[in-house]
Design a protein around this ligand. Structure first.
Ligand code: NAD
Length: 357
């Protein structure tokens, strides 16, 4: 049986620190996990979610904080990886006092953890946290913050998609390419805008009819069914909804040569579905690399937000994606594996640089 003891879980992937936060008056129950601070302070959003159990919350925060370490490292940022989870229903349990109390706990971490918005938290919530600590990013633009990260995330995804197209088709032009975007929410919507500017032939799928109508009308995209999206004869499939869509039920149906989207954790089982995509000759742009625009955006805010520099740094995702494909080919790895290796290599190299005063 898997050892579920707290210390086993914390040491399994070498997390540095886990802090359990509790406040009786506000009902706050939160966990802050610091996976690594080798490259810099650990930045990662605060997720508010009704977890079925505390064990599930711990598992989530450990997994997510580790993911942040790799995302920052591969994007060339001087940031470590961290994350926080607040246990509770974001619609019912959130209050100014609870968020500010959480801010006090972040303050007590003395800058080794920087928080930001995530599922269940908003830029407005960050304003409350900011009242207690300066170690918060992702504030509204009106407060000098970087605002909505989605346009920058979409831009990074677009860069990663172009790099993957270069790998698969020998050219990074997306003009005339048939592209299926699955999920046209915040990021997917901005991505469709970029693709339409490049005259791609766009297909869209989503749960929300209204949103589909809006995006379809604005960008002349063709609406397709939720399941149909996997069977389309397209060049590129872009998962921009939820994770896990590349799995045993979908891989055989895909006809595309490139997969590049912003959704997190697209491969249901990395070690199975990563190699399966290689076998099918599909160039898969690693999700955590090409959706790093949002992180780059909040990172930029820490140094006084500059939109141009955030976009310029996000543009580098193009080159990093090509580097990943090169490493994957050289070492016989699948692209997600190569991306993790690239991140680990940088952490090791820079960790040594920082070993002297
Ligand atoms: P969102 O909620 O605004 O949009 C997601 C859209 O996908 C929704 O319209 C939803 O109806 C649709 N969707 C969900 N499952 C679907 C399915 N099976 N088929 C078709 N449509 C489906 O979210 P978002 O902010 O645009 O983020 C999209 C994804 O990108 C998420 O996985 C998120 O974790 C990831 N991501 C977002 C950012 C960011 O800056 N917002 C940064 C990094 C990663």
């Amino acid at each position: 049986m898997k050892d579920k003891s707290v210390f086993h879980q914390v040491t399994e992937h070498d997390h540095e620190k886990v802090v359990f936060c509790h406040d009786k008056d506000t009902g706050l129950k939160a966990i802050i996990a610091i996976h690594s601070t080798v490259l810099g302070p650990a930045l990662g959003g605060a997720r508010m979610w009704s977890y079925a159990s505390e064990a599930e919350a711990l598992e989530d925060v450990l997994r997510l904080s580790r993911g942040m370490t790799y995302k920052a490292a591969i994007s060339g940022l001087n940031l470590g990886g961290g994350k926080a989870v607040i246990i509770g229903d974001a619609k019912k349990d959130k209050s100014e006092a609870l968020l500010r109390k959480f801010g006090r706990f972040v303050k007590n971490m003395n800058g080794c953890y920087i928080t930001a918005e995530d599922v269940g938290t908003t830029p407005k919530d960050m304003e409350y946290i900011r009242m207690e600590t300066e170690h918060v990013s992702g504030l509204p633009e009106a407060m000098g913050g970087s605002g909505d990260p989605s346009p920058v995330t979409a831009y990074g995804t677009y860069m990663g998609m172009k790099a993957a197209a270069k790998k698969a088709f020998g050219s990074d032009s997306l003009a005339g390419m048939k592209i299926a975007v699955q999920g046209v929410g915040h990021v997917g919507g901005y991505l469709v805008e970029l693709l339409s500017k490049e005259n791609a032939e766009i297909y869209i799928a989503d749960i929300y009819e209204d949103r589909l109508r809006e995006v379809s009308k604005k960008y002349k995209a063709k609406v397709v069914g939720m399941e149909e999206v996997y069977d389309l004869d397209v060049d590129i499939y872009s998962p921009c909804g939820l994770g896990g869509t590349i799995n045993a039920n979908t891989i055989d149906r895909l006809k595309c040569r490139v997969i590049a989207g912003c959704a997190n954790n697209q491969l249901r089982e990395e070690h199975v579905h990563g190699p399966a995509l290689v076998k099918k000759g599909i160039a898969y742009a690693p999700d955590f690399l090409i959706n790093a625009g949002g992180l780059i955006n909040v990172y930029s805010e820490l140094r006084g937000y500059n939109r141009d520099s955030a976009y310029a740094q996000t543009e580098r995702i193009y080159g990093y994606t090509l580097d990943v494909f090169e490493l994957a080919e050289k070492e016989g790895l699948h692209s997600q594996q190569a991306a993790v290796k690239m991140a680990e290599n940088r952490i090791e190299r820079i960790g040594k640089v920082r070993s002297t005063f």
